[in-house]
Design a protein around this ligand. Structure first.
Ligand SMILES: [Zn+2]
Length: 288
């Protein structure tokens, strides 16, 4: 087995001492607009069912507009990780995400999940996706969340070359840490995520074999995330969400997130985009 030693962060728990304005915890509300790409690339067993494909379309068509309205009401800026082809297929909604002041992050062109991709291929995919988003929204991508959690041993090098300052791919810490290459710190902040903050742990369902219908109610999800918030905020850490509008964009779940935002705001949350959080960490460490 090939373990990428240089990427594993053994020992350093966090590179952030305090949050701004005496806040107790950083809360990063982040979405992955995979749309129907997820169904083409994710499941080798995918049989092209209209049930799953049209649910993919539900994300940008119904879920994202509802989420954007809720975020406006809450005055919160979020990060949306968007594959390049989703920007091509749904230009109006991706443009709207940017117009409302949210950050767009890199999430592949076709939601590529291959671990065999070469440096040259990945570089070309990044350039392609970056140009599409830039032309459509005027935004330069500043951070990376690998489709399907795929991360390559050359990824950090590419992040630096492309000017990315954040990555949310690792799960080995409760707070941000600054990546290193060859023992030296580089200006890329890891903003760790985990399945516990990924809605698909609770609301992913499919009629494509193997079927799955283990839905948790919005109230159950609220309780799980509130417990995480209470415990992590008592230690001054962070939460980075992974929310998929095709599942999470349902009315009851978006309303639940709004209720949770109310609770978190009343209890010391610092809400930030992934880029804002990464900038803060870099500044705190004298790297920006
Ligand atoms: Zn994805």
């Amino acid at each position: 087995m090939n373990i990428p030693e240089n990427m594993i962060n053994r020992g350093r728990r966090s590179d952030i001492p305090t949050w701004p304005d005496g806040k107790r915890i950083a809360v990063l509300i982040a979405f992955d607009i995979d749309a129907d790409t997820m169904w083409y690339t994710h499941a080798d067993h995918f049989n092209g069912s209209i049930s799953d494909l049209s649910r993919g379309v539900y994300g940008p068509k119904q879920g994202v507009p509802r989420i954007l309205d809720m975020l406006d009401r809450q005055k919160i800026k979020a990060t949306f990780f968007v594959p390049g082809v989703v920007a091509e297929m749904y230009p109006d909604i991706v443009k709207e995400v940017a117009l409302r002041g949210h950050e767009i992050g890199y999430h592949g062109y076709l939601h590529e999940e291959s671990t065999k991709t070469t440096y040259e291929e990945e570089n070309a995919t990044m350039l392609k996706a970056e140009k599409i988003i830039l032309d459509l929204t005027g935004q330069r991508l500043r951070g990376h969340r690998g489709p399907g959690g795929v991360f390559h041993d050359y990824s950090l090098r590419l992040f630096v070359e492309h000017g990315y300052i954040h990555s949310s791919n690792f799960r080995d810490a409760d707070g941000p840490f600054i990546h290193r290459e060859n023992g030296k710190r580089i200006p890329v902040v890891e903003l760790p995520k985990d399945s516990v903050f990924d809605d698909t742990a609770y609301d992913f369902y499919t009629e494509t074999p193997p079927e799955r219908y283990e839905l948790k109610s919005p109230r159950e999800m609220y309780e799980i995330w509130k417990d995480e918030f209470d415990a992590l905020s008592s230690e001054g850490r962070m939460m980075n969400f992974v929310l998929h509008p095709q599942f999470f964009g349902r009315a009851s779940r978006v309303r639940m997130l709004s209720d949770l935002i109310d609770y978190m705001r009343e209890n010391g949350a610092w809400f930030a985009t992934n880029a804002e959080c990464a900038e803060y960490v870099l500044k705190q460490n004298g790297m920006l």
